[in-house]
Structure formats: C-alpha cells, structure tokens
Design a protein around this ligand. Structure first.
Ligand SMILES: [Zn+2]
Length: 276
C-alpha cells in the first residue's frame, strides 16, 4: 500500500504566524534547509512531491534543479505564500501563469498556503482546473483555529465546485485531503506540522494504518525549515510560538521513525499507479 509524502518548500519566514513579524532583512536559509531535506529523503530512499513557493524558485533557480536531479515531483505552493483568503480568481490565475512560465510547463499540482481551501475559497478549484492542474492537496478535513473543512471526505476524491465537501464524478481535478485521526469524535489533523510534532508517533501510525486497511493512502507533509536545527525563532506570543516551534528539534527523528514504518511516494507516482 503506497502512501503520499509531500514537502512544503518555503522559507522559515513564510508561515502565517511568522510572516508579519520579520525584519526587512531576512536570513536566507532555503539552500541549506533544502540540502538537509534532500539528504534526509535520500537516506530513507523516499520520493516526494515538493510544493514550492514561486518567489523562491525565481530567486534561486538552483533549488529547482536540485529537486529535479533527485527525481522528486515539483508542484506549486503559491507565489509568495499568500493564503487563498487573500487572493481571488484573477490573482491566483496570474500566480499560476507566472509559475508555469518559470518552470516551462503546466504544473500538475497545487497546495494552498495555510491549507486555505474551503467553501469560502472554492472558486480556486475552477482556476486550477482551467490552468491544466490535475490535483490539489489543500484541504484538511478537520477544524483548527487557522484552517480546516469540517465534514469533507478524508480520502482522495473529485470535489464539487459548488461544495468542497461533496464529490462530483464529472469534475476533473482530484483532491488529496491531508491525514486526520479520529479521536473521540474529533478529527485531529495529524498529517504534519505542529500536530505531527505534538502527537506520539504511534498515534499518527495508527491513523495511517486505519486508512490503509480501507485501501486508501495517507497524505503526509513536512516543511524543509522543520528539519533545519538553526531555523530562526522569533518572539511570537505563547500560543503562536508553541504552534510554530514546538519540538522542532525532534522533527527529523520522529519523521524517520514514522516514514520507515510505511511505503511512501509522490502524488504524481501515486496517480500513475492508482488513478490515471
Ligand atoms: Zn506553506
């Protein structure tokens, strides 16, 4: 049973709780944190989908080469990491066109920054479909203070453009929702980031196993900056600091334990094996 591994490739200053707190001069760590990420994946013999922030690809073309040489898939994570709730159909379309021009082809996949796909931003589905994208992976079938769509399917499906919680067999675009764990009636978003760092490995493994037993893949993610021991820490206020930096130093070990228990691949390879 193949599961799906994704990396949100961004700078340490892109996450929502950090980006308004940074100084005009921002330390560039992307090459370093990408190197750590690629070494980590190579060591575990894993292929992943990299959702890349467009402005990084523009400023540092060498990072795109490094990802390609290592045979990972490249997909899009917004041009400047702006969540969909700050964009509209025209600005998203322009972002996608700019990224496609940069990479010289139609990008097959998208992940909205801050998992910002919901019924309020469902206009994005048509923009993606029109752009030639084949899949999206922006939906968390859960609810957190920042994101989430309660009641959305937890397995790959083609969402209706009228209601993202409904399936529509006539739609073209596939959605790969992020992994959640059902805990006493609550769906906890354990696919990556803070929640994956917070919960024990065995709990996340149970969530993957449950989905696999039903014949479906778990979609996991991590950030390159989560593997970098020197990611700058900003003063954020207690809650935001906790969510952004909690157990950051243990990410790599924890991920390794988790990822070595199952088989993973990129979304492209998963679709080639199971969908197309
Ligand atoms: Zn991101």
């Amino acid at each position: 049973m193949l599961n799906i591994l994704t990396v949100d490739l961004e700078e340490w200053y892109h996450p929502e709780y950090v980006k308004n707190k940074t100084l005009p001069h921002k330390e560039v760590r992307i090459q370093h944190s990408l190197r750590i990420t690629l070494d980590f994946l190579n060591r575990l013999n894993l292929k992943a989908t990299f959702f890349v922030v467009g402005e990084l690809a523009e400023k540092h073309p060498e990072i795109m080469e490094s990802i390609k040489i290592n045979n990972h898939e490249i997909a899009f994570h917004g041009y400047c990491h702006e969540p969909l709730w700050n964009l509209n159909a025209d600005t998203l379309r322009a972002e996608i066109e700019k990224f496609n021009a940069l990479i010289g082809e139609k990008c097959a996949g998208f992940r909205a920054p801050s998992f910002s796909l919901s019924n309020k931003t469902r206009w994005a589905l048509k923009v993606l479909e029109d752009s030639g994208a084949q899949y999206d992976s922006s939906l968390f079938p859960s609810k957190t203070p920042l994101y989430g769509v309660w009641g959305a399917p937890t397995i790959p499906y083609k969402p209706s453009h009228e209601d993202v919680t409904e399936k529509d067999e006539n739609a073209k675009l596939w959605e790969f929702p992020l992994l959640v764990y059902r805990l006493r009636g609550i769906k906890v978003p354990v696919a990556g980031g803070f929640y994956m760092r917070f919960f024990p490995v065995n709990l996340v493994a149970r969530a993957i196993k449950k989905l696999n037993q039903k014949g479906f893949p778990a979609v996991m993610f991590f950030h390159n900056w989560e593997l970098d021991p020197e990611t700058p820490r900003l003063k954020l206020g207690l809650y935001r600091y906790f969510v952004t930096y909690h157990k950051l130093k243990e990410t790599s070990k924890k991920l390794e334990r988790l990822l070595s228990k199952f088989q993973f691949t990129s979304i492209k390879e998963y679709m080639e094996s199971y969908i197309v």
